[in-house]
Design a protein around this ligand. Sequence first.
Ligand code: GLN
Length: 489
Amino acid sequence: MFSSMTISQLRTLLRAREVSAEEVVISVFDQIDKVEGDIEAYVTLCRSEALVQAKRADALLKEGNAPDLCGIPIAIKDNISTAGLKTTCASRILDDYVPPFDATVVTKLKEAGVVIVGKTNLDEFALGSSTENSQFHVTRNPWDRSRVPGGSSGGSAAAVAAGEAIAALGSDTGGSIRQPAAFCGIVGLKPTYGLVSRYGLIPAAPSLDHVGPLTRDVRDAALVLQAIAGWDGKDPTSVQKELPNYEAVLSEDITGLVVGLPKELLDNELDPEAKEAIFGVANVLESLGARVEAISLPHAEYAMASFYLIASAEISSSLACFDGVRLGKRYGEAKDTTSMFMKTRGQLGIEAKRRILVGTAILQEDNYTTYFVKAQKVRTKIREDFQQAFGRCDVILSPTTPTPAFTLGHKLDRPVIMYKSDVYTSLANLAGIPALSVPCGYTEGGLPLGMQIMGKPFDEATVLKVGHLYEQQTASERRLPQKEVKANG
Ligand code: GLN
């Protein structure tokens, strides 16, 4: 079935004209018809537009000079702006918002020939780790529907895992691409800050936000990254860099490469099965010629505190404009301004309100130096830890998450426990470095586990190479959730 293939497999078939883009899109929508009722990965589906785009792709493929991702069905997280297509952030405040422009990543994907399947569910404004904070509906994990898909890019991860898209875009502020990728048994990449444009991504915490791919394998992550990376004059934090060919480097070997294993990220919070899986990965990498060394990231234990303080401060500022006057849907009568503001802002969900309150509080004069400035100092320390570590090693290996996917509702009213989902991932956002999550085994109960490979700034190539080689080496152990999706559905 085409809907369960990778981009690279489909690329070969499409170029050889053994399948048409239209057939691929139809196969994806057939799968959506079968499983979406249970999974609910999407906020919006664009079936008829997708068919039109597929026909266009077929015309290009026929001419023989089709761009790299021509005819590939891709899903987009619903906080990434799409011209003429609703972009809701899973919030009542934006539930009818239709952007007049495309995010740069969407423009680039369109130039690369993709077919947009739809917009995926998320925690409201990307605030959360389970997609349960969506104001529309929950999304279920394709491996076990009583469990969360992770978040905030849970819709994107579930769609790819369930065969409802070939690949997807997500955003990652503290782990929102990697954590759902790990929970759903797929690959997720958070690129270096500045490598992929954020123009058109509706911001949560701009100094921590990133856009990146969720895919079925590492090669596909390299292909999507190639398409979306690069300098963009519309994003002031975008960096001008010569891009390597990310797919070409995948075939290089890793003999002599040094893998750092930070002791702080193999701590007591870590699920024993997840810990064992990481030692298993280290063995595989050693057997491929890498050297594994114990390292230390001494300030890692303060990452969560620093992350949630900085993120909340920035979020309170980012969300201030959604007041029904400047931006966002107005609830209530404009005659009475105060009650109109209150009604409109009152539409925000509990987690968004919590972040706004915390953020506003810590930006008050008395708290600013005590909390915000201190959190920024810790952020600098964390960056320095990484600089030191990367003096000794080429990549750093850790689990992506402390536990596999948890059950729906389990952490919803315990925010601090929920926040701990990001304990290993938020480090890379604070430091701005690239980080890739790759499936690395299963729990006894059959849930996927993920490992995280972090790299030097702008060294996505090495990170992808290590992930790819591991994946090749363990390919025979890889399982798919699709069987279960079919069986249960
Ligand atoms: N889970 C983290 C949060 O709730 C990170 C979310 C994200 O990466 N967008 O802030």
